[in-house]
Design a protein around this ligand. Structure first.
Ligand code: HEC
Length: 170
């Protein structure tokens, strides 16, 4: 009885291996032939979970590396609570959304602006946003933020990270 069980196990296992192996083989040959023709940068990120996600909006300097605007940051601080962001985000701790401490050194301003203005599109089209969605199992809602307001909020994130850095250096 025990042997029979073991044998069925092996057969199932072999079938699985054969099934997966076959599928993978056709996939790699397809992607390698198309990969040489198209750009190679975006191709591997799509299906792989071990590689960090690459986003077309996230190339260039981090937002926190660009000049700061303290006036705008003050407006951004108010908007951050009036636009409902504090329901899910804080700095230095996780609420239901990602901890925003250090976010200006993780992302570009363009990426954050898109995430704030069109979170519902970003989660579908952008690999980083999609990965965050998978991690937090929550969709960031569209808070009807205007582009100018998003810029102010991003200045606030930059200011927060700048202050944190100054504190740590003291
Ligand atoms: C209902 C909860 C919720 C609200 C409200 C919300 N967010 Fe989010 N936010 C999320 C989640 C969840 C993610 C991760 C992406 C996803 O799953 O959509 C995220 C991602 C982000 C990111 C990217 C974080 C990173 O680590 O790269 C930024 C920046 C951000 N939100 C800013 C804001 C701002 C600004 C507001 C207010 C206008 C806001 N969020 C409102 C839940 C929320």
């Amino acid at each position: 009885m025990k042997r029979l069980f073991l044998m069925t196990g092996c057969v199932v296992w072999l079938l699985l291996i054969a099934g997966c192996g076959g599928g993978q083989n056709t996939q790699t040959s397809e992607s390698s032939s198309s990969g040489s023709a198209s750009s190679s940068a975006s191709a591997p990120a799509a299906g792989s979970t071990s590689m960090p996600a690459v986003s077309p909006y996230d190339s260039g300097p981090r937002a926190g590396e660009t000049p700061r605007d303290e006036k705008l940051a003050e407006q951004g601080e108010k908007l951050f609570s009036t636009k409902g962001c504090t329901a899910c985000h804080a700095f230095g701790k996780r609420v239901t959304g990602p901890d925003l401490a250090g976010v200006s050194m993780r992302r570009t301003a363009v990426w954050m602006e898109n995430q704030i203005l069109h979170p519902e599109k970003m989660v579908k089209e952008d690999p980083i946003s999609h990965e965050l969605f998978a991690q937090y199992a929550l969709q960031m809602p569209n808070q009807k933020v205007q582009p100018e307001e998003a810029k102010a909020i991003i200045e606030y994130f930059k200011e927060k990270d700048h202050e944190a850095k100054e504190k740590s250096e003291k």
